[in-house]
Design a protein around this ligand. Sequence first.
Ligand code: NAD
Ligand code: UDP
Length: 347
Amino acid sequence: MNYSFKDPSVSIAIVGAGGFIGSHLLDALIERTSWHIFAVDLDFNRLQHRLNHPRIEFLCDDLKNGSVATRIAACPIVINLAAICVPSRYMREAKEVIESNYNHPVALALACEKSGAWLIHFSTSEVYGKTSLEPCLLEEDSSSMVLGSVRASRWSYACAKQLTERYIASLQGLSWTVLRPFNFIGPRMDFIPGIDGEGIPRVLANFCAALLKNEPLLLVDKGVSRRSFTSIHDAIHFIFAVLSHREESLGQAFNIGNPENELSIAELADCMRSIYASLRNVSIDQVSSVQNISSSDYYGEGYEDSLRRIPSIEKAKRLLGYVPSEALDVTLRETLSWFIEHYRLVL
Ligand code: NAD
Ligand code: UDP
């Protein structure tokens, strides 16, 4: 049975609704459906524009509180986005990272199994592990999981997400779908350290912050690692494709990524510098330069990297008819413009 987007009796819970993906998803659900939304997060700073919306019920609470999972699972559709998912925290806060990416989602999965809710769980492309620079399409059901050093805490997140996927798939009575994002980018991504967050955000937000502050863009280990960047708009289209193909999505894991947008981090820095120069109407030598830094100096001991991640999107195409379409330069321009506008009074 598929849910009609126009049916006002449908309710959906979004856990982690206040985050980067969650806030875009919530906007899209309001604009494109008549559904009632139960939005759960620790804070809703990104959703100030929606706080009084009549179709949204907000709950500011922590998923680690057992009773919260039961309330969430009372909705027939549950999307779980809540997680600690910033690499700089994987080493220093491994315990919290594992609890957030294993213990809490497992409690929610059990509550959904009991209530009969369809759980759409956000995993990560990092479940494929410590990939090499060899070009290789990562396939949902056949690629290997390549783990790094048994000691390196960097893999705390990947291991926890992996185990959660396996646990979810082992629950006979649970209706589930697992999604594995490949480096989503867009407006509202992460934060700028010292302004609206602390620590090291993901690379795109970091480079935006460096450009705005006129500081160097730091290339970890020379920026040789490669990523496939995916527009948040393509990501939201993907979630809608899943929501409108319930039967095809049940019991499946899907990559969400754009293999056309693959490049090295050093190339990303160059691309962003030139787009930023054009947005500011200055020459490229007037904007921040790049600077190399070792991963141990930047992230601390224990950091290891996935060197290359290219998603296969064949399964999404076959089962959901989904193909991403947003070009990287368009999304970078949109994201940089948003950062300039959003932080214009403080930077
Ligand atoms: P985000 O950090 O912007 O959002 C996560 C949200 O979860 C935050 O608002 C946070 O407050 C909330 N949260 C964390 N712990 C919570 C708890 N215990 N109780 C209630 N709320 C809690 O991250 P995002 O980029 O929106 O990512 C969402 C999901 O997608 C995560 O599961 C992440 O692992 C996965 N993912 C995202 C990407 C990406 O490119 N954005 C890549 C791989 C995986
Ligand atoms: N990186 C970088 N400079 C930064 C932040 C990250 O060179 O300021 C690198 C990081 O080492 C990794 C890649 O960029 O190789 C992507 O990092 P990100 O934190 O965005 O997340 P990941 O894809 O590793 O989960």
